[in-house]
Structure formats: structure tokens, C-alpha cells
Design a protein around this ligand. Structure first.
Ligand code: NI
Ligand code: MN
Length: 225
């Protein structure tokens, strides 16, 4: 599995024919090395919540790539109205797809969809456990530290993507505790240094995490396992 960091909370994930984006914040993301027109052959897009830095370019990329969006019921409904193929899920059990298994996990955050006519209700924010060919990743979405993460310790997560920037999400202190709860093999920090209010030093996170390997990716860098 290839995991390419595209800045902020945006990742490209590839395993065989499965070519997915998580939280495709591309055109307004100063950290993102790509333009939306560079993005090709995406099969699936995962959206953790309705905020602009996560829903991002979902509509244009889904249209141009004929990709299916996997997100909560409310955002799926919003996307369907824009002619996008969306698979609605909610926090609960696992769903089998042709590529693998997805479980939507709780996140403690907001999910409003910002539109020109105001904020639309975007349902519950979430994270995703995504398992493809026996490889399991966890993208926490935007969230504060929750005891619910402790429930995921039996998931045998290979790679966890966790926000560390604070203000809107966990900061480093809480993300270190999240790693203790989750027990993943590897951790990739995200959602930091995009805006002044979430500036932090990921090297400090790396030093403080003791039970997992921290992989610091610069935008456009790939971790493969
Ligand atoms: Ni958010
Ligand atoms: Mn965010």
C-alpha cells in the first residue's frame, strides 16, 4: 500500500486497483503539490466531515474521475444533489466494498458544509478504518482526543493518521495519548502548519511517541508498506 501525503489532512492511498483520496483539500491547500487537474484515475474519495479543508475539491474530482464518494449520510445527500455517486455510511458496523472493508469511526468535531448561502447541516464528523488486502489504515478526521479511540486498540491498525495541530483538533499532548489508546504500528501526523493557528513542531510529537513509529511525511512524500 502506498500512502502519499498531500498536505493538511489529505492523503492519496493506493493498493492495487484501489486508488483513493481522503479529504481532498487540493486547490486551496497551500501545502498541496498538486492541482485538481493533475489528479487522475481516482476510484474512491473518503470525506470525514463537511468543513472546506476536508470536503475540499470532492465535487470536481469525483466528477472528473467518476469516483465514488464514501462519507456520512448527510454529506452523501448533499453530493448526490450535485450529481456525484456517493455511498452513505454512518458510525457503526463494517461495510464490505469491492476493494475491501470500511468502518466509520466517531470524531468529536463539527461537520457543517460551508456554502454561499450559509452553513448546511453535515451530520456527524467521522474517521475511517480502511482495510485493503489485509492492510489496515485509520484516518481520524478532525477530532479531539476521545475515549472511543481506546475501542480501536484491537483493530491492529498498521498506519494511523492523526491530527496534531491543536485549536480545532488534538494537539501533540493529546495525540500522544491517542497513540497509546489506538496501539497502531505506525503514525503519520497531519492537520498542522497549514494555518498559523495550527502551527506546531511534528518532531516534538515524534520524540514523545514511544509505542509506535512516527513517520513524518512532507507533502508529496510516500510511505509504502
Ligand atoms: Ni474540521
Ligand atoms: Mn480541518
Amino acid at each position: 500500500m502506498k500512502i502519499k501525503f498531500l498536505g493538511h489532512a489529505c492523503f492519496y492511498v493506493e493498493e492495487g486497483d484501489f486508488k483513493a483520496l481522503i479529504d481532498p483539500f487540493i486547490s486551496d491547500n497551500a501545502q498541496c503539490p498538486l492541482k485538481t487537474s493533475d489528479i487522475k484515475d481516482i476510484t474512491h474519495i473518503f470525506v470525514t466531515h463537511g468543513h472546506g479543508d476536508h470536503l475540499g475539491d470532492t465535487i470536481s474530482i469525483a466528477k472528473n474521475n467518476n469516483a465514488t464518494v464514501i462519507t456520512n449520510f448527510e454529506i452523501s445527500n448533499y453530493l448526490s444533489q450535485h450529481g456525484i455517486a456517493a455511498h452513505p455510511m454512518h458510525i457503526g458496523g463494517r461495510t464490505k466494498f469491492e476493494f475491501g472493508i470500511v468502518k466509520m469511526t466517531p470524531a468529536l468535531h463539527g461537520s457543517g458544509i460551508e456554502t454561499q448561502s450559509g452553513m448546511l447541516y453535515g451530520g456527524n464528523p467521522c474517521g475511517f478504518l480502511i482495510e485493503v488486502n489485509g492492510k489496515k489504515i485509520y484516518h481520524a478526521g478532525d477530532t479531539g482526543l476521545t475515549m472511543d479511540m481506546k475501542l480501536l486498540e484491537n483493530e491492529n491498525i498498521d498506519v494511523a493518521m492523526l491530527p496534531i495541530g491543536g485549536n480545532f483538533t488534538m494537539d501533540i499532548e493529546d495525540a500522544v495519548r491517542a497513540v497509546e489508546f489506538l496501539q497502531p504500528k505506525k503514525v503519520i501526523p497531519m492537520h498542522y502548519n497549514t494555518f498559523p493557528v495550527i502551527e506546531t513542531d511534528p518532531e516534538i510529537f515524534k520524540k514523545k511517541v514511544s509505542h509506535a513509529e512516527v513517520i513524518l511525511l512532507k507533502p508529496n512524500e510516500i510511505y509504502e508498506f
